[in-house]
Design a protein around this ligand. Structure first.
Ligand code: AMP
Ligand code: GLY
Length: 422
């Protein structure tokens, strides 16, 4: 098969690495890709991932058999619809199904209608009405969310009335994404991510992972795209995993189908485990980043075959087998991230880290005169696998220790929660 991968992050590097192991793969292209992905794919930098027509034309020219869409923006922008209309198969939901991430209100209302466990909420298109509701409710923390895509910044957990009222005003800064807002009950528990492959009928949940969203150790500081992850996440024990499958994933795919929407691709359920019960924090319409960087190294299947079956609607005879190892990914970020940060700083030690047994997934990197330099907030993901979580953590940090760039920042407590609870 000729495959085109859309995206340029650590998630896409992990996807490229895994797809490249498929016996079915003939040639892999990536738009735009990154220097890590370039080890597995021909990267094409001059086409925008927002330009559906240009992407369709490229896929036609290269006889692409499957397009794998990594990030949410092109999914919400209808790339899969455009590809399918031109007779090109794609892994990822169509625009109407991608609303699961593209509109928090769509996802929350679907959950409410079909009894899928999630936090209580109210929807507002008028900021003053939202403020009155918050004042009358008077329970804190309370969560304020922009309806649309806001690059991971559209959620504010407000600890006080003042913070909540300011949060409502802040939603205006997200442009049309913040025209409508959700005010939501705060759930106090432990978070986990369960991703599932689906062809719109059958679901295959992937092994549970836990992300670390805050920028600093101890879950302090600003929210980020994710500073590290590990899998499997023991907070999702067998009982919770069964609950997630039966009470969340299957009913969600069935609910979408009942609404006339066939969801194909990866459905990401962000969960809060509250007193032994899983509730949905959010849905995403794609693989998680950095969850993918710990889940795929534990998957023993041919991923391309599974993705193709999702796109074809033929997942029913597939099963996933998992290695019994653990995986840990530590994100190396630019100093200042998730606020402003410098770019073009030389990166040392990647080759050495690889010799120590880590997988290095590139996210914000680029090559300038053959030298690897920083080019984003999340720069690299260092993933290690080992027979248990503690060894995987030790191995990952041994590899982190040999990598360096100016102002490099990373969390030192990835997976600490799981080891404390063990
Ligand atoms: P989201 O972008 O929806 O994943 O939200 C970002 C983060 O905000 C989540 O990972 C949670 O840590 C937090 N969050 C969102 N909604 C809630 C909620 N209802 N209760 C508690 N925390 C929440
Ligand atoms: N790791 C969070 C996300 O992918 O949305």
């Amino acid at each position: 098969m000729n495959v085109l991968l859309i995206g340029s992050g650590g998630r896409e590097h992990a996807l490229a690495w895994k797809i490249s192991q498929s016996t079915k793969l003939e040639k892999l292209f990536a738009i735009p890709g990154n220097p890590g992905i370039a080890n597995f794919a021909e990267c094409v930098g001059n086409i925008s991932i927002a330009d559906n027509a240009a992407l369709v034309a490229f896929a036609q020219e290269k006889n692409i058999n499957l397009v794998v869409v990594g990030p949410e923006a092109p999914l919400v922008n209808g790339l899969v619809d455009a590809l399918n209309a031109a007779g090109i198969k794609a892994f990822g939901p169509k625009k109407v199904a991608a609303q699961m991430e593209g509109s928090k209100i769509f996802a929350k209302c679907l959950m409410k209608k079909y009894g899928i466990p999630t936090a209580d909420f109210e929807v507002f298109d008028n900021p003053d009405a939202a403020k009155i509701f918050i004042q009358e409710k008077n329970i804190f923390p309370i969560v304020i969310k922009a309806d649309g895509l806001a690059a991971g910044k559209g959620v504010i957990v407000a600890q006080t009335l003042d913070e909540a009222l300011n949060a409502v005003d802040e939603m205006k800064t997200f442009g049309s994404a913040g025209n409508k807002i959700v005010v939501e009950e705060f759930m106090n528990g432990e978070e986990a991510s369960v991703l599932a492959l689906t062809d719109g009928e059958k679901i295959l949940p992937l092994i549970a992972a836990q992300d670390h969203k805050r920028v600093n150790d101890g879950d302090k500081g600003l929210n980020t795209g994710g500073m590290g992850a590990y899998a499997p996440a023991p907070v999702v024990d067998e009982k919770i995993a069964a609950q997630v499958e039966e009470k969340i994933l299957k009913p969600t795919i069935a609910a979408l189908k009942a609404e006339g929407i066939i969801y194909r691709g990866c459905l990401y359920a962000g969960l809060m485990i509250v007193n032994g019960e899983a509730k949905v924090v959010e849905f995403n319409c794609r693989f998680g980043d950095p969850e993918t960087q710990v889940v795929l190294p534990l998957m023993e299947n041919d991923l391309l075959e599974l993705m193709n079956a999702c796109a074809d609607g033929s997942l029913s005879d597939k099963k996933i087998s998992w290695s019994n190892q653990s995986a840990v990914c530590v994100i190396l970020a630019s100093g200042g991230y998730p606020k402003s940060y410098k770019k073009n700083l030389p990166i040392d030690g990647v080759t050495k880290a690889k010799t120590l047994g880590a997988m290095i997934f590139h996210a914000g990197t680029k090559l300038v005169d053959n030298e690897l330099v920083t080019n984003g907030g999340r720069v690299l993901g260092v993933t290690a696998t080992a027979p248990n979580l503690r060894e995987a953590v030790d191995k990952a940090y041994r590899c982190v220790d040999v990598i360096n760039f100016k102002d490099m920042h990373y969390r030192r407590d990835i997976a600490a929660k799981a080891m404390r609870n063990a």
